[in-house]
Design a protein around this ligand. Sequence first.
Ligand SMILES: NC(=O)C1=CN([C@@H]2O[C@H](COP(=O)(O)OP(=O)(O)OC[C@H]3O[C@@H](n4cnc5c(N)ncnc54)[C@H](OP(=O)(O)O)[C@@H]3O)[C@@H](O)[C@H]2O)C=CC1
Ligand SMILES: CC(C)CCC[C@@H](C)[C@H]1CC=C2C3=C(CC[C@@]21C)[C@@]1(C)CC[C@H](O)C(C)(C)[C@@H]1CC3
Length: 418
Amino acid sequence: MASLQGSRPPLEFGGPLGAAALMLLLPATMFHLLLVARSGPARLLGLPPYLPGPEVLWSPQMLLLWLTWLGLQAAFYLLPARKVAEGQELKDKSRLRYPINGFQALVLTALLVGLAVCAGLPLGALPEMLLPLAFAATLTAFIFSLLLYLKALVAPASALAPGGNSGNPIYDFFLGRELNPRIWSFDFKYFCELRPGLIGWVLINLGLLMQEAELRGTPSLAMWLVNGFQLLYVADALWHEEAVLTTMDITHDGFGFMLAFGDLAWVPFTYSLQAQFLLHHPQPLGLPMASVICLMNAVGYYIFRGANSQKNTFRKNPSDPRVAGLETIPTATGRQLLVSGWWGMVRHPNYLGDLIMALAWSLPCGVSHLLPYFYVLYFTALLVHREARDEQQCLRKYGLAWREYCRRVPYRILPYVY
Ligand SMILES: NC(=O)C1=CN([C@@H]2O[C@H](COP(=O)(O)OP(=O)(O)OC[C@H]3O[C@@H](n4cnc5c(N)ncnc54)[C@H](OP(=O)(O)O)[C@@H]3O)[C@@H](O)[C@H]2O)C=CC1
Ligand SMILES: CC(C)CCC[C@@H](C)[C@H]1CC=C2C3=C(CC[C@@]21C)[C@@]1(C)CC[C@H](O)C(C)(C)[C@@H]1CC3
């Protein structure tokens, strides 16, 4: 368990060296996955079939297409919202306001793409463009992070994130210096977290499904399941958009390369790996197995949504009748910690649900290859690391009350195991 001492947050991700390594490793891994998914052997740990030259990666048209996509999503973000939500209290006691119109952006994108497809847009050609599009997204993320770093140089101290201001430029560039960089009311982190990457992921999946239909006459059951499950996940995130305001990314992490690259490139181009794999490696899937997988996704979703909603309802209004009867631990900050309901089973029930869904997304790809299970492996590592980071933060925030919570709810993610 983390120490209670020390007010300056310790360096995370292995400090400057770890940050530098991740800035090379993450894009390299993404391109590796894009290349091996389309290769015959599809070996996660093997060499890619070829190393793409600049003529494969660089395409001004694809950069333009990518920038148009970002512009379209930014325009949807600026449309009137059904609701404006307030974020968590900041260091200077103020609260930022956020438009709640992400689901509307998804629906508008679906309508626009639907119309364009009817007018002859060859969406099935999208899979062929993934490499240059991913390159454009990576380039954008690097340039954008640099601009964010420069912007933070003139930001007031109260606008800086708790981490990401170590004084080491590489580390700070990676983690992000400013907590909520904005121009007027346009919040870059909030926009990137939920719009271009998540909706882009669904669109890439759809392109892969359409190409499979062109190649084989009809999309496979496995492709339908992967598309359906991941669409549900993205639609859910946008429907419950307000909930993202209490996540670690928005309340604690600065906006730097990690989140810019994660949101804009990593999510759309690696989270669509299962559908990419299925396009090139069709897998037979019978109805009984498909039903078991659907049930697994439903159980994962039930836990994920139940836990996230319970915490969000409680944080918004502890006297809400849906959570008022739950047992709590008081803390010195005036806030309480839930110790029954979902949050009394393990300390991160939402991670457990998310991991069960991750497995359900990979199972339609069969068990002949490790590649489609990359997401499960990466996601387990991400959430275990995230849980440890959150633990440190909660211990600093809540001190002895957090220790008491850990005593009463000893398991972190998986009951009786971890
Ligand atoms: N698909 C993906 O790639 C990813 C998905 N996710 C998902 O995002 C969601 C959000 O995750 P994340 O932001 O990491 O963490 P959580 O939503 O779990 O938030 C953690 C915070 O919740 C509060 N909290 C913790 N325990 C309690 C308790 N017992 N009672 C009340 N409040 C408590 C604390 O903040 P405070 O007390 O200040 O409110 C803590 O810092 C998860 O469902 C996760 O699975 C996350 C990362 C990547
Ligand atoms: C690979 C890097 C080391 C780290 C990059 C991490 C990011 C890809 C993720 C960090 C937290 C995320 C969340 C979601 C997507 C992935 C990133 C950006 C999320 C938007 C997915 C949908 C969920 O419903 C959510 C709870 C809204 C998620 C919030 C966190």
